[in-house]
Design a protein around this ligand. Structure first.
Ligand code: CUA
Length: 341
């Protein structure tokens, strides 16, 4: 019987490894251009976190090289050779043991001191000039209130570049975590407590946010979008948000408004001047948003109609009930909501 050089299981392992390498390199994914990357910081907080990450990476690389180098040297130096004497047998070495106890304490200090400093620095009492944003994390969407500007929006956070923002984080239901990889986080959003987070966005652009703490069935669907504007553009956005809800002119949207006001939609949603519900997102300027259902899909008539017809189908566990709307009715309401620019 001939002996197999490669066993079936080793071929299987090699194939699996090759598949993993192909998958990991074939998706065009990289640490730097990923939309959820933390290594391209766009705020002061992001930069500080990145500096700590690089500090930890370099420190651990040095430790890895030192430990593996020592290991390889010892394996080579004391390898089994014919006639070689047995090395001196020892049981413990006081100097060595004290040295590596101190070394590990030093490593913890190198990592711990800057980490704790940044945690405290980003939750200091905000300055009077900071823009205050009250963030409510709810299953499974985000509410953003600007108390000084009298603006309330959902799932799309607009910020001016170069001005410090003080987030006041609060959760009416379960624990969530507020995280914008490019700008900073993750800070817990917990019931019965207000957590703070201060940062200054440094580069205009669009960034993605995500709830980073498991909070129930649609945790992965609890996303948001952050738009950092130049100052003038931000002021313009505030102006449009302060404008009253527009009156629909298209017949389909007018029909939608009638359906909206006659249905239970009004009990959960605010549209300034129309309804005052507080449970779901404020819809006064719903049509000005790019995305729908906590950044789950594009804010198009077809998606909005599908959402109204069966929210749970698009976001499992969604708190918004299926109101039994026909597709004509949901299309009309979608036309009305999207007219609310
Ligand atoms: Cu909210 Cu996970």
């Amino acid at each position: 019987m001939t002996k197999r050089i490669f066993s079936i299981s080793s071929i299987g392992t090699a194939a699996l490894l090759a598949a993993v390498v192909l998958l990991a390199t074939g998706c065009g994914w990289s640490l730097w251009d990923n939309p959820m990357t933390t290594v391209r910081p766009r705020s002061d907080f992001g930069r500080w976190t990145d500096q700590i990450f690089m500090l930890i990476s370099w420190t651990t690389l040095v430790i890895f090289i030192a430990v593996e180098g020592a290991l390889l040297y010892v394996c080579w130096r004391f390898r089994d050779r014919p006639g070689a004497p047995i090395p001196k047998q020892i049981h413990g070495h006081t100097v060595l043991e004290i040295s590596w106890t101190i070394a590990f304490a030093l490593v913890l200090l190198i990592i711990g001191i800057p980490t704790i400093r940044i945690i405290f620095k980003t939750q200091e009492a905000p300055a009077a000039t900071d823009l205050r944003v009250d963030v409510a994390g709810k299953q499974w969407w985000w509410e953003f209130k600007y108390p000084e500007l009298n603006v309330t929006t959902a799932n799309e956070l607009h910020l001016p570049v170069g001005r410090a923002v003080a987030f006041y984080l609060y959760a009416p239901d379960v624990i969530h975590s507020f995280w914008i990889p490019h700008l900073g986080g993750k800070r817990d959003v917990v019931p019965h407590r207000v957590n703070r987070l201060t940062m200054t966005p440094e580069v205009p652009g669009e960034y993605l946010g995500q709830c980073a703490e498991y909070c129930g069935m649609s945790h992965a669907n609890m996303r948001f979008r952050v738009i950092v504007h130049p100052k003038d553009e931000f002021d313009q956005w505030v102006k449009t948000q302060l404008a009253p809800a527009v009156e629909p002119t298209e017949p389909l949207a007018q029909k939608g408004k009638e359906l909206f006001t006659q249905s239970t939609c009004v009990g959960c949603h605010t549209i300034a001047g129309i309804s005052g519900g507080q449970i779901g997102p404020n819809l006064t300027h719903f049509g000005s948003r790019k995305s729908l259902a906590a950044n789950l899909m594009a804010n198009t008539p077809a998606n909005v109609a599908k959402w109204i017809e069966n929210p749970d189908h698009m976001k499992p566990g969604a708190r918004m009930p299926n109101l039994g709307m026909t597709s004509e009715q949901s299309q009309a309401i979608a036309a009305y909501l999207l007219s609310l620019k």
